[in-house]
Design a binder for this molecule. Structure first.
Ligand code: GDP
Length: 296
């Protein structure tokens, strides 16, 4: 994960550590290289600028430069600012409320929405011991509802029986009613995606939101799409209101631009990270650990 960014940063910081004593110009030169590395990783420009400014302000102070290990001090500052950029503390999925609580899964087609829905269902069932139901509201893509049903069978989680021809809002209402009657704690609603954001998609998601009052609206985004993932999150937040982000395909992301920009640009936390296709390849997003991996 984030290997290419991590390699570049360790090259820069190894240089700083080797120098021993540091002058202000050494730090400035290193920050110029860090700036390039972050931009190449597809981190949003305003986020990069803010990051470099904060690190530089703290790093060029005399206490750092006159310390015994100035290189280490600079790296510590970078580490702290990376954690702040990633969102400081880990935040988990919210399931609190009068059961059944709804979790709305939104995002573009192919982002990993259905897979992530099933991964979350498995986690809530096995780890949190909750009674979970899943329902696919995707009536556009043939076999989408069937795909969720198959995943449900694999992980032992109930899916709402499919009734062909029903509209998304009606399926969502039916899911909530069934869950209420049958004593479920949580209903995961997997909405339809599109290749691009369009108004009918947004209207559909808003209608489902208003019918189910979700405690979580999670935007599923593909980390490999970098800043596009951040723009999608911004758009969904503006139109639907999201409570957090699940970032998928982190296992293949060498750059890290989406993860590093998401919180700063959208103000919403990354709650979950997908690390593979398997049903248990889902982790809570821990800013500290991610920063640690980036800095090696
Ligand atoms: P949807 O159209 O948004 O519902 O996307 P799907 O859930 O059908 O996922 C599309 C593809 O991405 C599938 O082949 C998934 O197995 C794969 N996928 C989903 N999440 C991850 C992940 O975190 N890592 C990897 N490597 N593949 C993933």
């Amino acid at each position: 994960m984030f290997d290419s960014l991590s390699d570049k940063l360790s090259g820069i910081f190894d240089g700083l550590k080797r120098r021993g004593a540091l002058k202000e110009s050494d730090v400035t030169a290193a920050m110029r290289e860090v700036r390039i590395a972050l931009l190449e990783a597809d981190v949003a420009l305003p986020v990069v600028k803010d990051f470099i400014k904060k690190v530089s302000e703290k790093a060029v102070g005399s206490t750092v430069l006159k310390s015994v290990t100035p290189g280490q001090q600079v790296i510590k500052i970078v580490n702290d600012e990376l954690i702040a950029m990633l969102g400081s503390e880990a935040s988990t999925i919210n399931t609190l409320g009068v059961p059944p609580t709804a979790i709305l899964m939104v995002g573009l087609q192919g982002s990993g929405k259905t897979t992530t829905t099933a991964k979350i269902a498995k986690r809530l069932t096995e780890k949190d011991k909750l009674k979970v139901m899943m329902a696919s509201l995707d009536v556009r893509r043939p076999a989408a509802q069937e795909q969720l049903k198959i995943l449900g069978e694999q992980i032992g989680v109930k899916t709402l029986p499919i009734i062909n021809g029903q509209m998304p809002v009606d399926i969502a209402r039916r899911a909530m009613d069934a869950a209420r009657l049958q004593g479920f704690d949580v209903v995961l609603l997997d909405t339809a995606g599109r290749l691009h954001i369009d108004q009918s998609l947004m209207a559909e998601v808003v209608a489902v939101r208003d019918a189910t009052h979700p405690v979580e609206t999670l935007l599923v985004a593909d980390s490999l799409t970098g800043q596009d993932a951040v723009n999608v999150a911004k758009e969904f937040d503006a139109q639907v209101g999201i409570t957090g982000v699940a970032l998928t395909r982190m296992d293949g992301d060498g750059r890290g631009g989406a993860a590093l920009s998401m919180r700063a640009v959208t103000g919403k936390p990354i709650k979950l990270a997908g690390y593979g296709e398997k049903m248990d390849a889902l982790e809570d997003f821990h800013p500290e650990r991610v920063a640690g991996r980036i800095l090696g």
